[in-house]
Design a protein around this ligand. Structure first.
Ligand SMILES: [Zn+2]
Length: 316
């Protein structure tokens, strides 16, 4: 479904239907939408339902409804009931992309369990970077032995030594060095599900996304995604990260904060009231007076948005 590439800005909503959207998701969604609309761009909705065990159709429908309720819209992409623009249906495409990497000799089987992988990839500060899990050096005989023991392999990308330098649209200059071994990462899980990094990179490229706005917790994934897009022969999008919303003690807001899920928020506020509160938290307006999302478009600027985490309590 390669879209016609154009010079227009193309951004995306890319939620996973694993639960109701919470306030943090709404903030990132609002900022992503304002970013695109203020540049007269195209907004796309992609459903990231890669993991069959953590994706539920009713949450997908609900997420679309919640975004529309808030006053956000999109021009192309997934709609309730449609099979397009959903990662769950794009396995053949990801398999092609995997084959491309395999043909470059960059993919190897990793037989480690999740806990073994975590142990292999978490060097303590100050220690030398680790050399990876060692699976890349297994002989055919060793691999056969692991298979005969019932171990199923995940597939890992062997990263080249590479330093990425780029300018984040909100956080400025970023430098991230990937090293072979310790920074190798999984591109297909042992249960056959393609990994987030591969799917997101391949999809952003294929769908013509040239502007990625998302929460700051994904800043650390950016270099890996840039690497994959480069290896696929695509053009790397511009990345722009939004500050995280955190609870007063600094903890990231999560689905545990039930009052801040859209379910609770929709009971307490009108869309304009909630948009007003989000706009004030994001530094876009001085008061939290009710406002429609469209009224924020003409004055939108990332310069107004804080870079520090935005602290909120249950009574936003
Ligand atoms: Zn391994």
């Amino acid at each position: 479904m390669t879209m016609t590439k154009s010079d227009r800005v193309c951004g995306r909503f890319a939620p996973s239907p694993s639960g109701r959207l919470h306030l943090g998701n709404l903030m990132s969604s609002l900022l992503a939408w304002l970013d695109v609309r203020s540049q007269d761009g195209v907004m796309l909705f992609r459903l990231e339902d890669l993991d069959p065990e953590r994706s539920w159709e009713h949450y997908a429908d609900q997420m679309a409804d919640d975004l529309r309720w808030l006053g956000l819209d999109w021009d192309v992409g997934w709609e309730p009931g449609s099979q397009d623009y959903r990662q769950g249906t794009r396995g053949d495409f990801y398999a092609e992309k995997l084959k491309q990497l395999q043909d470059m000799g960059l993919v190897y089987e990793c037989f480690c369990s999740r806990s073994e992988r975590l142990a292999a990839s978490a060097p303590h500060p100050g220690e030398q970077r680790d050399a990876g899990c060692g699976c890349r050096d297994l002989t055919e005989a060793q691999k056969s032995e692991k298979r005969s023991m019932g171990r199923r392999a995940s597939l890992k990308l062997h990263v080249p030594e590479r330093t990425f330098i780029w300018t984040d649209g909100h956080y400025g200059k970023q430098v991230d060095t990937l090293s072979p071994g310790g920074d190798d990462f999984i591109i297909r899980r042992s249960d056959g599900v393609f990994a987030y990094q591969l799917a997101v990179s391949a999809d952003d490229m294929d769908m013509g996304v040239n502007r990625v706005v998302r929460a700051r917790d994904l800043l650390g994934s950016t270099a890996r995604q840039m690497l994959l897009i480069e290896l696929f022969g695509g053009e790397v999008p511009a990345y722009c990260h939004a500050p995280l919303l955190v609870a007063p003690e600094g903890r990231k807001l999560s689905k545990r904060d039930g009052d801040l899920s859209t379910e609770g928020l929709r009971e307490r506020y009108t869309p304009q009231q909630l948009t007003g509160k989000l706009a004030k938290l994001a530094g876009l307006r001085e008061t939290d007076a009710p406002v429609h999302a469209w009224e924020l478009v003409s004055d939108f600027s990332w310069d107004k948005v804080p870079t520090e985490p935005i602290v909120i309590d249950d009574n936003i």
